[in-house]
Design a protein around this ligand. Structure first.
Ligand SMILES: *Cc1c(COP(=O)(O)O)cnc(C)c1O
Length: 370
């Protein structure tokens, strides 16, 4: 029955993709692929045509973040999940502290905990919907945290703890959408399928000189590392604008096009302003509406790229997301393991802020017609 509710066209967003990854790919990026289709796609990744696309991606990120001297953009195959294993082999010397406040932070911490060559990590946790602080201590050589916890919609400010140690940040859903000061991290790693509106499968890591020195130190100590997870091999290849093994060239072309778009519009500050605009529209609606509340109660921790909105018990959010889906509004279901009566809305830079307003109007319409 409810699946037959038709949302009036004037309330519908111009694009119905609100997924937190894979996320909306702009038409301009598909045009970039089309333009690359005769000279770049289907050609060797060891020749200049493809290498120049990798170079464009690396330069685009250097510009986006105005990276300090000595910082390098490194990339390889396997996505952010692969980077957790890479960090476990090549960045943590012995003992790390992890912030764990959702599914993604927890997964990295549990991988490091299982590694036989590392000491048991310290894992500082918070309830879903909140975030803890580091408890720095001279014993830790590495500190790890997500910038934006995609499973709960909590974002924190990236600030080094008061003790020395490598600061390693999972920025998978934050990069390109939230501002950050590069002096506050040593490694900022992510994948192309969130704010960069491309496809998955690659990992990209912005590394400080201290992080690169850490990799050299670990490799001098002759810790066994599978070649696929060896960061020194990835660093060497990245400096030549290539990857250790064959990458998805289309993914690189689409991400490079997105970076050009971001930089032409004003860089990371422009992107952050755009996501903040979208977030303001979503959260202020949720606060005004008697049937909804932002899941993250501390407004300073509410993510501007992934918003989570709880519904009162009388309303079944699953019913709403079903009707939305039937009307072409996709992927606002909550993170599967969180198990809450809520919606989750990605507000990456590719999403038009006006479409977030339209989404809230569509939801109001659905609720009043259920
Ligand atoms: C999506 C996501 C990941 C996983 O990324 P993959 O590229 O699929 O491995 C890791 N961390 C965070 C914070 C994410 O949002």
């Amino acid at each position: 029955m409810s699946a037959e509710i038709r949302i009036p066209t004037d309330l519908l967003p111009s694009d119905g993709r609100f997924g937190s990854g894979p996320s909306k790919v702009r038409t301009a990026q598909l045009d970039a692929l089309q333009a690359a289709s005769k000279t770049i796609l289907g050609t060797s990744h060891r020749q200049n045509a493809v290498k120049s696309q990798v170079g464009r991606l690396r330069d685009g990120l250097t510009n986006l973040y105005q990276l300090p001297d000595g910082y390098e953009v490194v990339l390889g195959n396997g996505g952010s999940t692969a980077f957790w294993d890479i960090a476990t082999f090549q960045l943590i010397e012995e003992s790390a502290q992890f912030l764990s406040f959702g599914e993604f932070g927890a997964k990295f911490a549990s991988g490091a905990k299982a590694a036989p060559h590392l000491a048991d990590p310290s894992i500082v946790t918070a309830e879903p919907g909140d975030a803890p602080d580091f408890q720095p201590n001279a014993n830790f050589d590495t500190y790890c945290t997500p910038h934006n916890e995609t499973s709960t919609g909590v974002a924190i400010e990236i600030k080094r703890p008061s003790s020395d140690g490598l600061m390693v940040v999972d920025a998978t859903s934050a990069a390109g959408g939230l501002a950050v000061n590069p002096n506050q991290f040593d490694v900022y790693y992510f994948a192309p399928q969130k704010s960069f509106g491309s496809d998955g499968g690659l990992w990209i890591a912005i590394m400080s000189p201290t992080a690169i020195a850490r990799v050299e130190k670990i490799n001098q100590a002759k810790r066994w590392t599978p070649a696929f997870l060896d960061l020194s091999i990835a660093i060497e290849n990245s400096r030549l604008n290539q990857t250790y093994n064959t990458p998805a060239v289309a993914t690189i072309v689409m991400m490079a096009a997105q970076l050009d778009w971001m930089n032409e519009n004003g860089g990371i500050n422009w992107c952050a302003k755009r996501t903040a605009d979208s977030a303001e529209r979503l959260y202020s609606w949720a606060e005004r509406n008697p049937l909804t509340t932002p899941f993250v109660s501390d407004s300073t921790k509410r993510s501007k790229v992934v918003g989570t909105i709880d519904f009162v018990d009388e309303i079944d959010a699953t019913q709403i997301t079903k009707v939305l889906r039937a009307n072409g509004i996709l992927d606002v279901e909550p993170y599967r393991k969180l198990g809450r009566n809520q919606i989750r809305v990605a507000m990456f830079p590719a999403v038009e802020p006006e479409d977030v307003t339209k989404l809230t109007k569509s939801i109001d319409f659905v609720v009043s017609n259920l």
